[in-house]
Design a protein around this ligand. Sequence first.
Ligand code: HEC
Length: 150
Amino acid sequence: MTYRSNDESLERSTDKWMIWGLVFMIVLIVGFVAYLWFEPAGRADALEAHEAGLTELGTELYELNCASCHGADGEGGIGPALNSQEFLTAADDAQIKALISVGIPGSLMSPYLLDFGGPLTAEEVDGLATYLRSWEEEAPENPEWRACCP
Ligand code: HEC
């Protein structure tokens, strides 16, 4: 009799733990699904904010460092018109960053990344590239975009 009642209380206690285990598992699953649901939106927002920040940084840096040769709105001058479909379609982000970082040896386009003797950090170069990219949607066709330079 004593044994039997012990057995019952053991079973009750086991049931209790199993129920808690189940509740805990459901909480985890619901939490995980909610995370999967909300996380991409959170990331998209963060990315958008990050890009807006970079564009702002790039806008300032462009005026200070690039406008004198490439024009206030990228329309070209001493340097090629960067605000042109031809350039922005041809060059991807990595190429634009490389061009700004390393420059074009033997031309007036000097290197801008600190590593290559320029004045800017990698983040600042990112900002410039993001800013140039932001022109793409409305950039005019300009077959003469490189007319500046032989
Ligand atoms: C002193 C003038 C000058 C300044 C300042 C200058 N550039 Fe240039 N840039 C040039 C010239 C000239 C070329 C073309 C070189 C060549 O191809 O011979 C060029 C080329 C480029 C190209 C490559 C275009 C292509 O032909 O594909 C990019 C991108 C560029 N510049 C971005 C920038 C950015 C961004 C800045 C500011 C950080 C900047 N440049 C500052 C003169 C300048």
